[in-house]
Every structure is written in structure tokens, then in C-alpha cells.
Design a protein around this ligand. Sequence first.
Ligand code: MN
Length: 150
Amino acid sequence: MSLKNYREKRNLGVSPEPAGKEEKLERDKRIFVIQKHAARRLHYDLRLEMDGVLKSWAVPKEPPRTAGIKRLAVQVEDHPIEYADFEGIIPEGHYGAGKVEIWDRGSYVLKERTDNKIVFELNGEKLKGTYVLLKFKGDKNWLFFKKKED
Ligand code: MN
């Protein structure tokens, strides 16, 4: 996976978003960010540093802080690592036009990863604990939820 789709969707000379470079980093703790994105429809973009990019999912409702709530998370194109710091206004007429602000951020530890399931421990300001992404339909539809404490 590369940043090709990301760049093709945007006019990065005009939009204030970063163009990005792909990085390969191997370490236990990786960054995550959730950006509140007031596009045509308000949603929350969950991004996990993985494979040198930010793997990204658009979550239409506020991410759950407690177990027992399941959210749809639609996988979208990979974003560059620097996108984790992005806040600003994507201009009218551009892809994703609207305000982007950081809703939560921190580090995470990957616990399990298969094609259909990612388990990770979040250490953010709002979200803390073990979370699961579970693919349930097609290529893009996942469920995102907090795991019950053992
Ligand atoms: Mn978005």
C-alpha cells in the first residue's frame, strides 16, 4: 500500500494537508490519532501508524470510550504519518472540505493483526484500553469497539 490514492484525491498545492513521505519504523509503541472531521457529514477519522503510513478508518459516530458500543468504521486510503499532526480547514470544493481537528491522540501497542482483525491497546487522552477492529463485510467495512476488561 502506498500514498498514491491519498495524493491522487487531493490538490496538495492548494489544500493545506501534508503531501507526506512513507516511513519504515520498527518499534513497539506507535502513534494513533483520531481527527474530528466536519466534512459534509461529521465523522471521526481513526488512524493507526502501521507499515510506514497511517492506516485510516472513517467512523460516522463518536468513538466509544466504554465496552458494549460497536461503531462502523469504513476503511479509507492510507494517509502519511505527518497527517497525525494535521489540523486545519480543507478548502471548499476540495476532497474532504471542512474543518479537521485532533479529537484524541497518543500511542498504541499492537496485540494482534490478521487480514480481518486488529487488536490494539490505546493510550490516548480520551480512549484507553484494548480496542478491536473487525472486518465484517467486503473490503472496507469494519466494526470498531472497546474490548471488555478480562
Ligand atoms: Mn475524513
